[in-house]
Design a protein around this ligand. Structure first.
Ligand SMILES: Cc1cc2nc3c(=O)[nH]c(=O)nc-3n(C[C@H](O)[C@H](O)[C@H](O)COP(=O)(O)O)c2cc1C
Length: 172
């Protein structure tokens, strides 16, 4: 699968088969996160791979009771280990974690696996569930598993290029 196809096939998956993910598939997905770029190549990020049922349930609760989170065979949790670090642009360096998580979504698609960004969650509850030190920050939860419906290429509800792209100078 090429990148374009992976981008087109990826979609938020909220229903998963009750089927474990082979270790080598999971490793390829995680390796895509490892190879992602980061500011100054600092790589201040950690990924908690959650398979334990009870812990997944706690994460689902932390995610405002989005129960499907607990039903995926794996939940990958992206954690920033230097969350206070700000780049010269004024942007927090934890965007590195976001980039790595997006690599995960595309690598997962290539493996026939579904993912869903979970940005709605309680920071304290997620940290407690995983025993994450207070000074770190959970950036995102990402369930991962075989989708009930295969990831086909479908039209996406997106703005047109004209609406989001301008050339040379900013235009509203
Ligand atoms: C930062 C971020 C946070 C999100 N949080 C949630 C969430 O908490 N629960 C959920 O079901 N989907 C969540 N989504 C998924 C979006 O709803 C989804 O990406 C969007 O509707 C486009 O659909 P698609 O991913 O299928 O292309 C989130 C997506 C992003 C990028």
């Amino acid at each position: 699968m090429n990148v374009e196809e992976a981008i087109k096939r990826r979609r938020s998956t909220r229903e998963y088969e009750n089927k474990p993910i082979p270790v080598e598939k999971l490793e390829r997905v995680l390796n895509a996160a490892r190879l992602a770029p980061s500011a100054h190549n600092m790589q201040d990020r950690k990924f908690v791979v959650v398979k334990d049922k009870k812990t997944k349930k706690e994460l689902a609760k932390a995610a405002n009771y989005q129960f499907f989170v607990g039903e995926a065979p794996v939940v990958i949790v992206g954690v920033a280990t230097e969350p206070e670090h700000i780049l010269s642009s004024g942007i927090p360096s934890w965007i590195d974690v976001v980039i790595a998580m997006d690599h995960i979504t595309l690598a997962a698609t290539e493996e026939g696996l579904g993912t869903c960004w979970i940005g709605a969650f309680d920071q304290t509850a997620a940290k407690e569930a995983l025993k994450i030190p207070e000074r770190y920050r959970v950036i995102e939860l990402m369930p991962l598993g075989y989708p009930i419906r295969p990831l086909g290429i479908r039209a996406k509800d997106r703005k047109s290029l004209n609406e989001i792209v301008c050339f040379d100078k900013f235009k509203k």
